[in-house]
Design a protein around this ligand. Structure first.
Ligand code: ADP
Ligand code: MG
Ligand code: ZN
Length: 470
C-alpha cells in the first residue's frame, strides 16, 4: 500500500514593472522594441566610471504592492550586488536586494509572503541562430520586482491560483502588464515532497513556464515524479536543482544544480545610496489612495449587482469592460444590472471574440436596448439581432434598428386582435379541442400568431387574448 506524501510549494515570481525608464538609468523601458540593443547606454552596460540612480517610480510600485498585500514596508532598505557571470548580465553582477528588501510579510489568497524586492532584469539571449548566441540588452536593467512566498502552498492548483491573483493585483495597481506569455511575469515554483509530515523534502525549482496552465502542469508533473521515486525506494535521487519545462513533452528536465547564496557573494552596492522609505514616501497616503483591489471589487460587485460569479471574474480581470459596465448600470437597479451583465458577458463578448471589428456598443444605445427588453418592446431574439448591429455600428440606435427590421414586439392588444380573430376562425377544430380541455393546443395557436407577425407578437399578450376571444 502506498504511503501518504506531503507536497510543499513556494513561489518565486518576477514581474517587469512598466516604468518609462530603466531601473538605474534614463534608457527607455520598452518591451515592444523589436530592434536589438537600441535602448542601452553606458550605465546599463556598466562602463567604468558610470553611476546608477534608482528609479523612484519603481520603488513606489513595489511599496504599493506591499501595501496591497498588507505587508510591512521597510523603513531602511538598500541595493546589493549579486555577482554572477552570464553573458546576459552586462555588468558581471545584477543589482538586487538581499538583506533589506523593500517589503516583507503580508499574504495573498491566504498564503504567507516572505518578501518583495526590487532588482534589474537581465538581457535576452537568443540561442536560435545555429552554434552561436546573440544577446539583446534592451531588457538589461529594466526594473524587476521579485515576490517570494513562504513554503506553505500544498497543491498545483493553489499555486496557479496564487499567481493568477497576483497578476490581477499587479494590473489593478497598474504597475505591470504581467503577461506570462510575454515574459513580463515569470512564475518559478519550488517544489518538494516529503513522506513525513512537518519535515521538508529536497526541493527543485522549475523555470521556463509561460502560462498558468504550464505552472499547474509542471508542478503536478514534478510532484508525481518525486512520489514515484519515493515509491521505488529511490528518494535519494531527488537532488536540489533547477529544472526546465518541456512544453511539447509536458515534462520537466534537469537544467543545472542550484547555486547557494554564498556563491553570489552579495554585498551592498557602494554606488547607490541607502534609502529611508518612510521619510522619502508618504506611506499612509499611498495606502489610503490605492485603487480598488481585485478582492474588494469582487465583494462590491456581488453586493451591489448580485451578478453571476463568472461575470464578476470577467470584470475583475478586465478594467475596460468593468468601467463600461459600471457606466451602463450607474443609477439603475440590480435587475437592470443583471440583465445588462448577461447581454454583455455572453452576447457582446461573444460577438467581439468572433469578429475583430466588433466593439463595445455606444453606452447610451446599450442602455436603450436593455430598457427595450425590460419593457417588452423587443423579444430576446430581437435583442440579439440588434446587438449584432450595434457592436459594429456605433451610430445607429436600437429603436431605429427595431423599427427598420420590424423587431418591435407587438404588445398592443388593438393591433394583435384582428390577427388573433383570424387564427381562431381558420382553426375551428383546434379551438374545439382547447375548449374540451386540451391545454397544449394554446401554444400551437400562439405559435401561429407569432409566425404571422414574424415573431414580433408578445407571446404573453397573445395567449391572454386567445383565451379571452375563444
Ligand atoms: P534558495 O536559497 O534555494 O533560493 P529560499 O529559502 O530563498 O531558497 O526559498 C526559495 C523559495 O523556495 C521560497 O519560495 C520558499 O518558500 C521555497 N521553499 C523553501 N524550501 C522549500 C521546500 N522544501 N519545498 C518547497 N519550497 C520550498
Ligand atoms: Mg531564492
Ligand atoms: Zn541605460
Amino acid at each position: 500500500m502506498s504511503k501518504i506524501y506531503y507536497p510543499v510549494i513556494g513561489l518565486e515570481i518576477h514581474a517587469e514593472l512598466n516604468t518609462k525608464s530603466k531601473m538605474f538609468c534614463a534608457c527607455k523601458n520598452d518591451p515592444d522594441e523589436t530592434s536589438p540593443n537600441v535602448n542601452i547606454c553606458p550605465i546599463c552596460m556598466a562602463h567604468p566610471g558610470t553611476l546608477p540612480v534608482a528609479n523612484k517610480q519603481a520603488v513606489q510600485s513595489v511599496i504599493k504592492v506591499g501595501l496591497a498585500l498588507g505587508a510591512n514596508v521597510a523603513d531602511f532598505t538598500e541595493f546589493d550586488r549579486k555577482n554572477y557571470f552570464y553573458p546576459d548580465i552586462p555588468k558581471g553582477y545584477q543589482i538586487s536586494q538581499y538583506k533589506y528588501p523593500i517589503v516583507s510579510g503580508g499574504e495573498l489568497n491566504g498564503f504567507g509572503i516572505t518578501r518583495v524586492h526590487l532588482e534589474e532584469d537581465t538581457g535576452l539571449s537568443k540561442h536560435d541562430r545555429g552554434n552561436f548566441t546573440l544577446v539583446d540588452y534592451n531588457r538589461a536593467g529594466v526594473p524587476l520586482m521579485e515576490l517570494v512566498t513562504e513554503p506553505v502552498i500544498h497543491s498545483a492548483k493553489d499555486a496557479a491560483d496564487f499567481a493568477k491573483e497576483l497578476q490581477l493585483l499587479l494590473r489593478a495597481l497598474g504597475v505591470s502588464e504581467a503577461n506570462l506569455e510575454k515574459g513580463e511575469m515569470r512564475v518559478e515554483p519550488n517544489i518538494s515532497v516529503s513522506d513525513t509530515e512537518g519535515v521538508f523534502g529536497t526541493k527543485v525549482e522549475v523555470k521556463n513556464l509561460n502560462s498558468f496552465r504550464s505552472v499547474e502542469r509542471a508542478i503536478e508533473h514534478e510532484l508525481a515524479r518525486m512520489i514515484a521515486l519515493y515509491e521505488a525506494g529511490r528518494a535519494d535521487e531527488i537532488v536540489q536543482e533547477t529544472r526546465g519545462w518541456d512544453e511539447t513533452k509536458q515534462t520537466t528536465f534537469s537544467q543545472r544544480s542550484k547555486e547557494n547564496a554564498h556563491d553570489y557573494r552579495y554585498f551592498p552596492d557602494p554606488d547607490l545610496p541607502k534609502m529611508k522609505l518612510h521619510s522619502a514616501f508618504d506611506i499612509d497616503t499611498m495606502r489610503a489612495t490605492l485603487p480598488e483591489l481585485p478582492w474588494s471589487k469582487r465583494v462590491r460587485y456581488a453586493k451591489d449587482f448580485g451578478i453571476k460569479e463568472n461575470d464578476i471574474e470577467l470584470y475583475v480581470s478586465d478594467p475596460t469592460l468593468s468601467a463600461y459596465f459600471e457606466s451602463v448600470v450607474e443609477g439603475k437597479d440590480a435587475a437592470f444590472a443583471q440583465l445588462a451583465s448577461n447581454y454583455l458577458s455572453s452576447d457582446v463578448i461573444g460577438l467581439m471574440k468572433k469578429d475583430a471589428e466588433a466593439k463595445l456598443p455606444n453606452k447610451d444605445h446599450f442602455i436603450e436596448l436593455i430598457v427595450m427588453v425590460t419593457d417588452g418592446q423587443v423579444t430576446s431574439r430581437g435583442a440579439k439581432d440588434i446587438l449584432a448591429v450595434i457592436v459594429k455600428n456605433l451610430e445607429i440606435s436600437p429603436k431605429a434598428i427595431a423599427e427598420k427590421e420590424g423587431l418591435l414586439q407587438q404588445n398592443d392588444e388593438g393591433s394583435l386582435k384582428p390577427i388573433i380573430e383570424q387564427v381562431i376562425k381558420e382553426n375551428a377544430t383546434m379551438v374545439t379541442q382547447y375548449k374540451e380541455g386540451k391545454e397544449a393546443v394554446l401554444q400551437a395557436l400562439v405559435g401561429m400568431v407569432m409566425k404571422i407577425t414574424k415573431g414580433s407578437a408578445n407571446p404573453a399578450v397573445t395567449a391572454k387574448l386567445l383565451k379571452e376571444i375563444m
